[in-house]
Design a protein around this ligand. Structure first.
Ligand SMILES: [Zn+2]
Length: 73
């Protein structure tokens, strides 16, 4: 479920809107078992705990890849 009380863009985010693809990439990370990344040094991680408006972050970082490979299937 997406909280539509926030301004979300499915095309390109702006100073006042969030990027839908970045949100969905993050939420899909939770679906496969990844937790939020809270360390600032991993701020480029899809799984970083916050996303700013006008920010695009859906390409997996090394931290995301390491987390994925650490999951026991
Ligand atoms: Zn999260």
């Amino acid at each position: 479920m997406i909280n539509v009380s926030h301004n979300i863009s499915s095309t390109s985010p702006s100073k006042s809107s969030f990027d839908l693809k970045s949100i969905m990439a993050h939420e899909m990370g939770h679906v496969v078992g990844l937790d939020d990344e809270t360390k600032l040094k991993y701020g480029d991680s899809v799984m970083y705990e916050s996303l700013s408006t006008n920010e695009i972050r859906y390409n997996l970082s090394k931290d995301d890849e390491n987390g994925y490979h650490a999951i026991s299937w």
